[in-house]
Design a protein around this ligand. Structure first.
Ligand SMILES: [Zn+2]
Length: 376
């Protein structure tokens, strides 16, 4: 196992890339999908089960963990890996995005953001320095710069000012992070859907220097076409020899389109959250297990899937437990959805390595266009 953080690019196919991120806690195969473990757990899943789906890395949320149970408590108990029984790599966000979207009574200044907890109203401060301290206390392997992200659509002037503030915070994050061998700090590109601002942001980040670069400020309501529009040029502003992370994305077709455009890492709550509402993602699109058409259906949710929900249970059973609000319904559908996402990533990695990504992507869209299997 590597003692340092590094990235090896193994193959490319068009703009798409496949490689390996090496960390002291294990390797991350890219393109990688990171399940979200918001509050120290991927909801409805045991850590061994998450690993069994093929996940190499999890994401944890600074905002949630700093409020409850607190970063200081987790540090005293041996760090987040031991606390949640996940010994492989963890990436933590900076708290910036969630403090802007979840917290009450926030006040944004050059120093950072003052806010009240959405849980109990207690007062807190997040700044680049405090975010680096919290992510160090958690023991995160990949630390994200503290940044600000305006909701889209927004005027260019607003996006530009926000981006420049984030770049000043990126420099402060780099200084506060210090020298931590084996750990990585990622800068976050901002600039909305404006190419000049994206380029300015990338230049500012590359000048500071990071172990990886995120493309932030997308998947915030701009729509897939606008997102792909940015991804047609934004990855090209970033160094080829560093991983590129698209934050908060997405649906399966968002992921495929992002990988085609040169993205290496992604995260999203969608597979786990939709699993808890009775939605299953399959090779032929999304399936609502609440629907009465599944009531007498003995077939698996997705016959090509090797997860326990598909190997051991029928659509009729999944329909029953979802409708009866049984906990196993959330467990099985979350497992299935995470398995589907990891199988998709494996398919993308294999196709890029074989130089056959275009064929893989065409088959992906064809299968989805067929829609779900015919009712019995
Ligand atoms: Zn399955």
């Amino acid at each position: 196992m590597s003692e340092r953080f590094s990235f090896t690019l193994n193959a490319t196919d068009g703009a798409a890339r496949t490689g390996v991120i090496h960390t002291p806690r294990g390797e991350i195969r890219t393109p990688a999908f990171m399940p979200v473990g918001t509050a120290g757990t991927v909801k409805a899943m045991m850590p061994d089960s998450v690993r069994a789906t093929g996940a190499d890395i999890l994401l944890g949320n600074t905002y949630h963990l700093m409020l409850r149970p607190t970063a200081e408590r987790i540090a005293a108990l041996g760090g987040l890996h031991r606390f949640m029984n996940w010994e492989r790599p963890i990436l933590t966000d900076s708290g910036g995005f969630q403090v802007m979207s979840l917290a009450n009574l926030r006040k944004l200044t050059e120093e950072g953001v003052r806010f009240s907890s959405h849980i109990d109203g207690s007062k807190h401060m997040l700044s680049p320095e405090r975010s680096m301290e919290i992510q160090r206390l958690l023991g995160s392997d990949i630390v994200m710069c503290f940044d600000e992200c305006p909701a889209l659509p927004a005027e260019d002037k607003v996006v530009a000012e926000s981006m420049r503030l984030s770049m000043r915070w990126a420099r402060r994050s780099r200084e506060a992070f210090g020298d931590r061998p084996g750990h990585a700090l990622f800068g976050i590109m901002q600039g909305g859907v404006t190419q000049d601002l994206r380029e300015e942001s990338a230049k500012a980040l590359v000048e500071i220097g990071f172990e990886g670069y995120a493309i932030g400020g997308l998947a915030v309501g701009e729509g897939q076409e606008a997102m792909f529009g940015v991804l047609d040029y934004a990855p090209g502003f970033l160094p080829e020899d560093k991983p590129r992370y698209l934050m908060g994305v997405g649906k399966p077709d968002d992921i495929v389109g992002a990988v085609e455009r040169g993205v290496d890492m992604m995260d999203c709550v969608l597979p786990s959250r939709s699993g808890r509402t009775g939605q299953g993602w399959t090779r032929r699109g999304a399936v609502n297990l609440r629907n009465a058409r599944h009531r007498d259906d003995p077939r698996p949710l997705d016959e090509a899937c090797g997860c326990p929900a598909c190997r051991n249970y029928s659509r009729a059973y999944l329909h029953h437990v979802v409708r009866a609000d049984e906990i196993i319904g959330s467990m099985l559908l979350t497992w299935h959805n995470l398995q589907y996402y990891q199988d998709l990533m494996q398919g993308l990695r294999d196709a890029i390595a074989a130089g056959s990504l275009a064929g893989f992507v065409a088959a992906f869209h064809e299968n989805r266009a067929r829609g779900d299997i015919e009712p019995l």
